[in-house]
Design a protein around this ligand. Structure first.
Ligand SMILES: [Ca+2]
Length: 213
């Protein structure tokens, strides 16, 4: 019985640590919606500052971060639109068929520790092949590869490389190739490190055993 009690403590510690360690990069829970659109096939993207207000958590709550959004039509003849949406508390990159393009979310601010093994996000979309690229201030570029088509959504985890993620000052999230897509992204976050979680859980287990002794 004792073992199960300590195991329960360890699991509780593990759960508590997992939420403490992951950094919420953006929950898109904005009160003020913003959007940009591009309908001209040229080398210029449309961009605008996107409001980060009190309902919106960016970079784990670090102060002073900014978010810009861009839209760039790269093929086709209609329009591509990047939206940070108030009504659905998420963000979209939408393309009206036959448009193809790039939508970006560009973050910059004071140094934040991207503790963990990678970046993950929730998504829904209605076309296969959308790719997300993550450009970090440490020079690393992470990519999802083409995502599978789904209407019901899913979660994707992109692993960090061997770079230093202890002082990140900018991040660009690039959504590429959204022909006829209604891509929705939400809860962009870092993924906690299992090894450090296990150590903390074992530490809690040890503490529990010492108290009993
Ligand atoms: Ca949200």
């Amino acid at each position: 019985m004792k073992f199960f009690k300590h195991a329960g403590l360890a699991i509780a510690a593990l759960l508590a640590c997992s939420s403490a360690q992951a950094i919420l990069i953006d929950d898109y829970n904005v009160a003020t919606a913003s959007s940009v659109s591009d309908s001209s096939l040229d080398a210029t993207a449309t961009s605008a500052a996107s409001v980060i207000d009190g309902t919106n958590i960016v970079m784990g709550g670090a102060a002073g971060w900014t978010r810009d959004i861009t839209a760039s039509l790269t093929a086709g003849a209609d329009v591509i639109e990047t939206i940070v949406c108030n009504g659905c508390q998420a963000a979209h990159v939408n393309a009206q068929n036959p448009a193809t393009g790039i939508g970006e979310f560009i973050y910059s601010g004071s140094a934040v520790v991207f503790d963990g093994t990678g970046i993950s996000f929730d998504y829904t979309l209605d076309i296969a092949g959308t790719i997300l690229n993550f450009y970090l201030s440490n020079g690393d570029v992470l990519t999802t590869g083409p995502l599978a088509a789904t209407l019901t959504g899913g979660s994707v985890n992109v692993s960090f490389g061997s770079g230093d993620y202890s002082a990140i000052t900018s991040l660009t999230v690039e959504v590429v190739g959204t022909q006829a897509a209604d891509f929705t992204i939400d809860n962009l976050r870092t993924v906690p490190t299992p090894a450090s979680l296990l150590l903390l859980a074992l530490g809690a287990l040890g503490l529990g055993l010492r108290k009993k002794a």
